[in-house]
Design a protein around this ligand. Structure first.
Ligand SMILES: Cc1cc2nc3c(=O)[nH]c(=O)nc-3n(C[C@H](O)[C@H](O)[C@H](O)COP(=O)(O)O)c2cc1C
Length: 319
């Protein structure tokens, strides 16, 4: 099941007329959701970085929910971004922890839509004003989604809007966001992405039993490795036995790039992987540690329940 982490950046959610309602709808509608209200968690702005990073690790999709303040995020959410998206977590040589996770910016805006146009008094579109956050997502390797923004969300009694109007717009905003989340999380591409990371999570442990893997391989799988070509489940088991004699459990397949393309009824998945592993002294690799870049090309198929099966698996060392 897909897990969504919602970061509420409103500095005073209890006083909110719109963000609060959107958050309540998300919390009530998503099966697996962690809503993190920064104003109650961190009234003193001292963010618990480890706890926030831990929460993000479990996410398939991350929603930043905030009121648009001075053409940007509120200070509390900016502090969260500055502290949590740290070196070797979100960027840097080991900073791949957010890679592939979908990022949704979900914001309420005071001004009318017409003002966020070249000839309007705000001159720039919301998409343009959110560029720094878009690039932040790109640097962290996240899958940036089109922002979900709703205009005319200020309620000042007798001056701007009616309470029922902004709340109705908040309801509609929540419905749009939920539909966008559902579309992304239930897409074939997203299922395949999750499959790839689960596969390597299991594989890195090199368990003695190979059932996890064979359950995800077609009976006639074509398995093409630097060690040779292996066919079907028996072929896979032969190859797996070789690999377990060479590599120590606890290896690290780092997925640096994933491209997923439809190919008839199947999908072709192209992966760029960095493999870091320790080897056994009595193996061909003589106990030398491995740091290897490989391309992998998988042919996969999804059944009606969205389960993924690998039909063809090819590893090509780079360089
Ligand atoms: C400090 C502050 C700055 C704001 N800056 C902007 C802004 O730059 N552009 C805009 O359209 N609305 C702006 N607003 C209006 C808020 O976006 C609006 O009040 C908010 O989205 C309503 O959300 P809430 O009901 O959850 O509090 C600002 C409001 C505050 C309090």
């Amino acid at each position: 099941m897909s897990h969504v982490v919602v970061i509420s950046g409103h500095p005073n959610l209890q006083q909110s007329n719109t963000n609060k309602l959107i958050i309540e709808r998300l919390a009530g509608s998503l099966d697996s959701v962690d809503v993190r209200c920064l104003d109650t968690l961190y009234p003193d702005y001292q963010i618990d970085v480890a706890a926030e990073q831990q929460a993000l690790l479990a996410a398939d999709a991350i929603v930043l929910q905030f009121p648009f303040y001075w053409y940007s995020v509120p200070a509390l959410l900016k502090k969260w971004i500055d502290d949590v998206l740290a070196y070797d977590f979100a960027f840097g040589s080991k900073g791949d922890k957010l890679k592939g996770k979908a990022l949704f910016l979900s914001l309420t805006v005071g001004g009318p839509a017409a003002s966020y146009q070249p000839l309007g008094y705000n001159h720039f579109t919301i998409e343009q004003m959110l560029r720094p956050l878009q690039q932040t997502a790109y640097l962290a390797g996240m899958a940036y989604q089109p922002p979900i923004a709703t205009y005319r969300m200020v309620y000042i009694p007798g001056v701007y809007n009616k309470l029922e109007e902004v709340q109705e717009r908040a309801e509609s905003h929540a419905r749009r966001l939920l539909a966008a989340l559902q579309e992304v999380l239930e897409s074939d591409e997203e299922r395949i992405r999750r499959f790839v990371s689960e596969w390597f999570e299991q594989f890195d442990q090199l368990p003695e039993a190979s059932e996890y893997f064979t359950a995800r391989l077609a009976a006639d799988v074509d398995w093409n490795m630097p060690e040779g070509r292996f066919l079907g489940h028996d072929g896979f088991r032969d190859w797996y036995a070789i690999v377990r004699k060479v590599f120590k459990p606890g290896c690290d397949h780092r997925v640096e790039q994933v491209t997923i393309q439809p190919d008839g009824d199947d999908y072709q998945v192209e992966l760029r992987i960095r493999l870091l592993a320790d080897t056994f002294a009595d193996s061909d690799l003589k106990g030398e540690p491995i740091d290897l870049l490989v391309n992998e090309i998988w042919q996969v198929r999804l059944d009606e329940q969205g389960r993924v099966t690998i039909h063809n698996y090819r590893v090509v060392p780079v360089g």
